[in-house]
Design a protein around this ligand. Sequence first.
Ligand code: ZN
Ligand code: ZN
Length: 404
Amino acid sequence: MIKSLRGMNDILNEEDSKRFTHFIETATQIASRYGFHYIKTPLLEETALFKRSVGESSDIVGKEMYQFIDKGENDVCLRPEGTAGVVRAFIQNKLDRAGGTQRFFYHGAMFRYERPQKGRLREFHQFGVESFGVESVYEDAQMIMMVADILRELGVGFRLQLNSLGCKECMPPYRDNLVAFIESVEDEICEDCQRRKSTNPIRVLDCKNEKCQSLYENAPKLLNSLCQSCDEDFEKLKKILNANSIRYEIDTNLVRGLDYYSKTAFEFVSDNIGSQSAIAGGGRYDRLVEFLDGRPTPAVGFAMGIERLLELIEMPQNSREGYFLGAMDDEAVDLIISLTQAKRKTDKASCDYRARNLKNHLKAADKMNARYCCVIGSNELENQAIWVKDLENKSEETLSIKDF
Ligand SMILES: [Zn+2]
Ligand SMILES: [Zn+2]
C-alpha cells in the first residue's frame, strides 16, 4: 500500500475539513475588508530566491529545504515560506516601479524538511499578507489589527508580543555593543550562541537555552538604543494599539536576525498549544525588495500557520441547513433529481437516487444535517405534491410541487 510521505497530511474528515475551510474563508474575508487582494505564486521557485531572501545562515535554507535539480538542470526548491515568492512577483511585474500601494494576501502549502514532531509538518499551510509602498507606522498597526480581527473572529485567544528591530542607522552600533557583551560571557553561553556570535549575533537573544536566557537579561537592549525615527515610530505604534484596545507586551528578545527586517516586529502567541506557541508573526521588511534587486520599497507583512490554529478555532454553531430529497417510489426519482437541481440554485440540497422508505430518508436527512426532509411517494406523485418535514421545529406539511 502506498502511503503519504512523512509529515504530509490529508485533510479529509468532515470536522477537520470544515475547520480548514472556515479558517480560509474568515481570513480571506477580513483581508479583503482591509483592501488586500489574493495573489497566487508558484510552489516551486529558483533556490537562489530563498538563499538570498531567507538567508543562507538560517536553519530553513541550511537544513530544511526541499531542494533538487529539475530535468532542465535548474536548481529549484519547494517554497519554505510565502514572502519571498510574493516579493519576487512584485519586482518581476515591475510593481516596484509603479508607485502607490500594493496589498496582497496569499494562502497555501509550504514545505520544510523538518524532523516531524508534534505539530511540525513537512507540508504545512500558511495564510499571509504583504503590503508594499507604505512607510507609515499606521500600516504596521493595521497589520496587527488585522491578525487580531482574524483571531477574534475565529474565537482564538492570544497574547501579542511587540518589539522594534531598529533600522540601518541604529542596528549596527547596537550589534557591536551586543557582540562586546556576548564576548564578556562567552565561556558560559551554549555552543549555538558561540557560533551565532560571528554568524548572526542578534539571534542569540531568542536562544531557548535557559542558562543563556538568564545571562542575556543583562545584555544591552535595542529598545534603549533606537534612533529618533525608530523610537518615534515605536511610541506611535503603541499609542495606536492602545487607542484601539489592542493589548500587547514588549518582548526585547523577539528578533528576526536578517538584515532587511527593520522597525516593527510582532508575534501572536497562544498559551493553549504548549511550547509551539507562536500562531502568527510579522513585521516590517523595508529593505527586502531592494535586496532582491527591486527599487527600494517599504513593506510590512505577516504570516500565520494554519495547522496550529485549527484545533483552537471555535466553530460556529452547527445549525441544520438546506434540503434532503428522497423518493419512495421508482417513478418519482426523476422528479426528485430535477427538484434537487432547482433547489441548488439558492440552497444546499442533496438527494437519494434510490426509492426508499420514509424512515430511511429521514435518517439520511438527519445524518446530512439537513433542515428539511422532502419526500415524494406514489400518493404525492399522483397529486403533484411533496411532503416536507422541518427537522428543526419538527413541523410537517404537504406542498404542491409548484409551491415547493
Ligand atoms: Zn533606527
Ligand atoms: Zn544559547
